[in-house]
Design a protein around this ligand. Structure first.
Ligand SMILES: NC(=O)c1ccc[n+]([C@@H]2O[C@H](COP(=O)([O-])OP(=O)(O)OC[C@H]3O[C@@H](n4cnc5c(N)ncnc54)[C@H](OP(=O)(O)O)[C@@H]3O)[C@@H](O)[C@H]2O)c1
Length: 264
């Protein structure tokens, strides 16, 4: 019996299978991957012994994840409809629930998710939205699958554009900050490798402090900002360049762009 078939054995599909196996969600024998490229199928078979890797969807899976590129989603959904798979989680960016539902069998339970790239390491941040026929049990099912690669929030579909603007595009904002800090360290006289190591560990350590201390960011920031000190001088320079409002504009612009792409 196939409990779950993942359509698309690309980066996200493989990350999901890896997370589902290591979290114990299902044994290898209950998972399947559908991947059109023969060379990639060989890689997937080597990566996941016991997982059924096939070129086409076959009947009999209890549920499916659509993890193909947005342009291939229609074909993937139609193949699922033909195979009688009526419980589907789509992680394809920008493909609305109404379209997914129109390509699947009438009454299929569909959940749409917006994950982000740290899911590749099991550290993703995703949000999910339920389609018209998706019950609470279907949402819980989708949540369990994505929980294997990170955290999951439930939102209405309308908010998925904001999720895209914040956490979907978010890793790119953080990478830009990392690039800037590394260059700044070099400008201040540090050897490049030292600047890189210190920057990456500062981002990692700060994120962990934020996640694990239970303190709000403003509290943690105040704790390292002594009056008239070095951090106060650095923060004043950032505020003078309106960095806070630049981030706000970035998230709003990405949200807007996601809305436009969804309409197109
Ligand atoms: N990467 C991310 O962090 C991220 C974040 C949010 C959302 N997403 C979404 O997740 C989806 C997958 O992204 P990805 O980065 O994993 O892409 P990817 O690495 O390109 O993987 C897509 C895979 O699906 C295969 N495929 C194409 N058509 C298929 C079909 N009809 N049936 C079965 N498999 C098929 C592709 O083969 P070919 O190479 O031959 O096309 C490829 O192996 C995309 O829709 C993307 O928008 C990704």
């Amino acid at each position: 019996m196939t409990r779950l078939v993942v359509l698309g054995g690309g980066r996200m599909g493989a990350a999901l299978v890896s997370g589902l196996l290591s979290s114990g969600w299902a044994p290898a024998g209950e998972l399947g991957v559908v991947e059109p490229v023969a060379a990639r199928r060989d890689e997937l078979e080597a990566m996941f012994p016991g997982v059924a890797v096939a070129a086409d969807v076959t009947a009999g899976a209890e549920g499916a994840v659509v993890a193909v590129k947005p342009g291939d989603v229609e074909a993937a959904c139609r193949a699922l409809a033909g195979a009688g798979v009526d419980r589907v989680l789509s992680i394809a960016a920008g493909v609305p629930l109404a379209k997914l539902e129109s390509w699947l069998n009438a009454g299929a339970a569909v959940v749409r998710a917006m994950p982000n790239t740290p899911a590749l390491l099991g550290c993703g941040a995703a949000a999910i939205a339920a389609g018209a026929a998706a019950s609470d049990a279907d949402l819980a099912w989708a949540e369990e699958i994505l929980a294997a690669v990170g955290t999951v929030e439930r939102v209405g579909e309308k908010l998925l554009d904001a999720v895209t603007g914040l956490s979907g595009s978010g890793p790119a904002y953080v990478f830009l900050v990392a690039e800037a800090l590394i260059e700044a360290g070099v400008a201040a006289g540090l050897p490049r490798t030292v600047s890189e190591t210190l920057t990456i560990q500062t981002l990692l350590g700060s994120a962990r402090l934020l996640a694990e201390s239970g303190d709000r960011p403003e509290v943690l920031r105040a704790a390292v900002t002594s009056p008239g000190g070095t951090t106060a001088a650095g923060l004043a320079a950032l505020e003078a360049k309106a960095v806070r409002s630049a981030f706000m504009e970035a998230v709003l612009a990405a949200t807007q762009r996601s809305k436009e792409l969804g309409r197109g």
